[in-house]
Design a protein around this ligand. Sequence first.
Ligand SMILES: [Zn+2]
Length: 247
Amino acid sequence: MPTTRNVAWDERLAAFKGRDTTHFVTLAADLAAECAACGLALQPDELLSLIVDITDGTDADGFEYQSFDTCICHRRCREPGVSLHRAAGGPDELAVIGARFTLGPRVRARTIPVLAFTLVPVLTFREPGGELTSALVSVLLTHGFRLSLGTGYDEIVDQVREVGPGVDCTVAESGLVILSIDGGHMYSHQMDRRDAGDAEWLDAAARKGKVLVISGDYLEITDTGLNLDPAARLGTLATGHVPVLTA
Ligand SMILES: [Zn+2]
């Protein structure tokens, strides 16, 4: 049984993840706070098992894709494993997780409105004859987003560039914010002007006419914050300045 750090994993995983396998294993463990079987909080250095559920399918355009759902358990609660399902159609149960926040004025002289979002589970496509590619990241990069290796907000703000045509962030009078790429909604969030944080975000977006969008696979977005480290480590952290349209 291969073991990376304190995590045992099923050797069949390497056939799907190739040279990313050990990265993938440690990342799944880093993102887990509790055992998926018994629910107890994970302690450092406990022996763990990685269980991966892979869905393999072909979408309407004929692209093969694979989605990876991971779960981390105590070794004593479950053995490592890999299960493979063949999906009938396109990917389902794909969820968008996002957050809005503002940077500054401590980081910069002015307040910068930020939208962050990711897709769960992570979807990878195998293009005909090609390598596995992240579905989300390839869409972002072909629309002018750029990969960011650093996770410091100062660095991100310094390096961010305008995205290409077809990407916009619509802010409605009602406070509904919709991020679209080629007319398809990628992420939406209903803001409430009575909320001080939302009002600050809306004012900053109106003043600047653009928002900083941070996306990529394995963004860890929770109620208490955003962790960019896993995405940056796997080279999937993408950023761009997106123009604001008012509706
Ligand atoms: Zn357990």
